[in-house]
Design a binder for this molecule. Structure first.
Ligand code: HEC
Ligand code: HEC
Ligand code: HEC
Ligand code: HEC
Ligand code: HEC
Ligand code: HEC
Ligand code: HEC
Length: 496
């Protein structure tokens, strides 16, 4: 205890417990607040203002998407043969440097809207991912998006993506995201009661930026933690383990730290860090002047950045470009085989590693063996849920049930686990038990399409066709864009 207190005092910063909100800082830090309000981060999320109307037709999806105003609010609508579905836009995500996405609120849950604004072309187009599939208004805004893009979200712990009302204590990224809770400092105005990243050891300061600027190939939350538990000045590894796969290609979406670490400047200088080049309070910085603090010009021209840190298209997201932060004259080479922990912390155990390989496996099927190997040694509710799902897929329903129940009892109460347990019980010929589980799941995740569908199936299994019919009606009311179920309902209810 004493050692820790001394260590904290030596850093000259004690992270407080109580938040004050950015507005509380303004009276004493007017200049910083005014400059920061103009930056991208200071405008990372906002209320929805007046937007230009738009219309996007998707031939492959056979859908029309529109943006329009009604009664002073902005809406998006999706329509196709036989249905139309509209939702008011609740929040704008992104300052618009590259683009703006929109959130809609359904009950206590936030979902992405199908159209985004692309700044480079000044046009409405499908949100990233919607080119391939019709997610309607049902693509949950994962707590991850919200944690990176907003000031102080209020997620309900241990729930399938629920938010308190109001869902944000602070909408845009604010002072306390980087300086820690500041209520005590705002009362005392004492330097020692607020975190100043410039006074932290370099690696600890970088972790403040890393939580949002190093997406990684996998991110695994520590047991019982949510992203918003992170406190500046403390180790990021207390909350999340970020993993990188070996890469040769130069993809730099959300990988600013990895690129910086591979830069000759970072490796061979003592002090280079994010804030060597960026003042997070300022909207624009002269980066070429920064190069000049360590290098002499070599005669190829004054715009160092244009040649050594070029802007490149992201690829994954249309019309968007990011800066290559890998300052190096050498091409990339892949050295490792598996995932490597990116943020310093204790060596990850099997219970962390199986999740990491599970996430990275989507893009790298060669990780399957490492996933299995770690899963076999893992414990905790997420491991139970994963083994339960594997048993279900093998057709070992009786084996799956206790595993999935264990996962729920252990606190992993996500839609997929309820869905899997409901499925296993249904297949074991226990539709009543299955229904009870599915209903419990719907209380946690009321907008899960698979849970609603399973309820209807279970009623059919029980030969209760009236109940099946009303479950399908409820489904179509919530998810009218599902052509298959909409037509099925028409058939069974004998509508034209
Ligand atoms: C009542 C006035 C007051 C309020 C309100 C206030 N500050 Fe300060 N702040 C100060 C003063 C005065 C200093 C300089 C203290 C010193 O140098 O000893 C300071 C210093 C700081 C520093 C630099 C600390 C260092 O190590 O040098 C940071 C960072 C900071 N404030 C952030 C904030 C944030 C974030 C808020 C809002 C949560 C806030 N302040 C609210 C008065 C205030
Ligand atoms: C809570 C998450 C979060 C933290 C912490 C964070 N950033 Fe950001 N940062 C973002 C997001 C999101 C954007 C994009 C904002 C936009 O334009 O909508 C961004 C944008 C930026 C930009 C582009 C210019 C601008 O003002 O938007 C720079 C530079 C930047 N961040 C640097 C940093 C540095 C340096 C740190 C650490 C001191 C840091 N960020 C900490 C989330 C974060
Ligand atoms: C790990 C943190 C992180 C996650 C998770 C994340 N983002 Fe971002 N996002 C950023 C940062 C940081 C930027 C700024 C560009 C950059 O640094 O790569 C950004 C850029 C954007 C932009 C462009 C902003 C602008 O002003 O041009 C939009 C829109 C966006 N993200 C939406 C989303 C949505 C929607 C999700 C969830 C599906 C999401 N992001 C998930 C960190 C994140
Ligand atoms: C994205 C992260 C980030 C955000 C958001 C942020 N700061 Fe800072 N702040 C920093 C960093 C990094 C430093 C250290 C800069 C340096 O000295 O190199 C700093 C330094 C400071 C300082 C001391 C030095 C100075 O520039 O006066 C004050 C005071 C301060 N911040 C106040 C604020 C206030 C008030 C807000 C909200 C309006 C805010 N900061 C938002 C990252 C941030
Ligand atoms: C904190 C000091 C520092 C800053 C700031 C800095 N560099 Fe460097 N840079 C270095 C050091 C040290 C080396 C290694 C020199 C050596 O190997 O002799 C280096 C190496 C390089 C190299 C050679 C890369 C290679 O693969 O050999 C380039 C190119 C470069 N820097 C460009 C830049 C540019 C452009 C900027 C501004 C955006 C910049 N540097 C900012 C310290 C810095
Ligand atoms: C050697 C200088 C240098 C360092 C160190 C540096 N950056 Fe940058 N950064 C730049 C330049 C140059 C740009 C392009 C700025 C512009 O377009 O105005 C940029 C742009 C960005 C942007 C805007 C999006 C983009 O990619 O264009 C973000 C976000 C960002 N940096 C985050 C970071 C983070 C986080 C760190 C630390 C891991 C960091 N930077 C370290 C020079 C640097
Ligand atoms: C027109 C493109 C271009 C511009 C502008 C440019 N460089 Fe370079 N730079 C290069 C190339 C290409 C090399 C590779 C070595 C060579 O051919 O001389 C290089 C090499 C370097 C090196 C490593 C070798 C050395 O000479 O030490 C450093 C450091 C460097 N540049 C820094 C800078 C800085 C700082 C600026 C801005 C004042 C700058 N460069 C502007 C293209 C450019």
């Amino acid at each position: 205890m004493v050692a820790r207190a001394v260590a904290i005092l030596a850093l000259g910063a004690v992270a407080g417990q109580e938040f004050a909100g950015s507005r509380a800082c303004t009276p004493c830090h007017k200049d910083v607040a005014a400059r920061y309000a103009k930056s991208g981060m200071g405008r990372s999320m906002s209320a929805v203002g007046v937007l230009p109307p738009g219309r996007v037709e998707s031939a492959p999806l056979k859908r029309v998407f529109e943006v329009f105003a009604r009664d002073g609010r902005m809406f998006q609508r999706e329509s196709g043969e036989g249905f139309a579905h509209e939702q008011p836009l609740a929040y704008a995500i992104g300052s618009g440097s590259n683009g703006v996405s929109y959130a809609v609120r359904r009950g206590d849950h936030l979902f992405q809207a199908p159209l985004s604004w692309y700044s480079k072309t000044s046009s409405w187009e499908l949100s990233p991912g919607y080119e391939h599939a019709d997610y309607g208004f049902n693509r949950p805004l994962a707590s991850g998006c919200i944690a990176c893009h907003s000031g102080r979200p209020r997620p309900v712990p241990q729930s399938s993506g629920r938010f308190a009302e109001p869902p944000f204590a602070e909408l845009a990224i604010g002072c306390e995201n980087c300086h820690g809770p500041g209520a005590r400092h705002a009362r005392s105005a004492r330097r020692t009661e607020i975190v100043n990243p410039a006074r932290l050891p370099r690696a600890r300061a970088e972790e403040i930026c890393m939580q949002c600027h190093q997406g990684g190939d996998a991110r695994v939350l520590m047991p019982g933690k949510v992203e918003t538990d992170f406190r500046p000045g403390r180790a990021l590894s207390e909350i999340v383990a970020i993993f990188q796969a070996p890469r040769v290609e130069d993809t730099d979406l959300l990988q600013h730290h990895e690129a910086m670490r591979e830069s000759a400047c970072f490796q061979k200088s003592e002090g280079m860090s994010c804030h060597t080049c960026h003042n997070p309070h300022a909207a624009k910085v002269d980066h070429n002047a920064t190069c000049g603090t360590c290098h002499k010009p070599h005669g190829k021209g004054p715009d160092c950045v244009q040649c050594h840190m070029p802007k490149r298209a992201i690829g994954l997201i249309a019309h968007s470009a990011l800066t290559n932060h890998r300052i190096s004259l050498k091409p990339r080479t892949a050295a490792r085989r598996g995932l490597a922990l990116f943020n310093a912390g204790p060596a990850p155990d099997a219970s962390t590693l199986f999740q990491a390989y599970g996430q990275a496996m989507d893009k790298r099927p060669e990780f399957a063996a490492l996933f299995e190997e770690n899963l076999a040694r893992a414990n905790g509710p997420i491991a139970l849920a994963t083994r339960g799902r594997a048993a279900l897929r093998r057709g070992a329903f009786a084996e799956a049930v206790p595993l999935l129940r264990g996962a729920l009892e252990g606190g992993y109460r996500v839609a997929a686990t309820f869905e899997d347990l409901g499925d296993a019980l249904g297949r074991l010929g226990q539709p009543e038990e299955s229904l009870a589980v599915l209903r419990e799941g719907l209380a946690v995740a009321p907008f899960s399409q698979t849970l609603h569908k399973s309820v209807a199936l279970r009623h059919i299994q029980r030969k209760d066709y009236a109940a099946a019919n009303s479950a399908l009606e409820e489904y179509v009311r919530l998810f009218p864009e599902d052509d298959f179920v909409r037509r099925l309902l028409k058939q069974v209810s004998g509508q034209p």
